[in-house]
Design a protein around this ligand. Structure first.
Ligand SMILES: [Zn+2]
Length: 99
């Protein structure tokens, strides 16, 4: 019983933790990661090819495509179809938060 009381106290203390800065940086209506359904819609719209260089897994085997925030989520961009684009892995990794 004592252990349970301690656990409840511990759990309540966890609830009192302030949110991390990343979560308070801006008011997002959407979560950071697009759903699988949204990712698919964005890739389909972009013909499953990179919007920056045009690379496509159909032409280059082993290439992975990422769905990227046009305006970075960390800068307040929302996870909506209009703010998402298909990028190949090299382009996405090179872009980071640069607009
Ligand atoms: Zn690319």
């Amino acid at each position: 019983m004592k252990a349970l009381e301690e656990f409840v106290a511990y759990a309540n203390a966890q609830d009192m933790q302030p949110p991390t800065p990343a979560e308070t940086a801006s008011d997002h209506k959407t979560g950071r990661d697009p759903s699988l359904r949204l990712r698919f819609r964005v890739m389909k719209r972009d013909n499953f090819s990179c919007r920056a260089c045009g690379a496509s897994p159909a032409l280059k085997s082993g290439l992975s495509l990422h769905v990227d925030h046009i305006k970075a989520w960390s800068l307040g961009g929302e996870t909506v179809e209009d703010n998402l684009q298909t990028l190949c892995e090299p382009c996405n990794l090179g872009k980071s938060n640069v607009l």
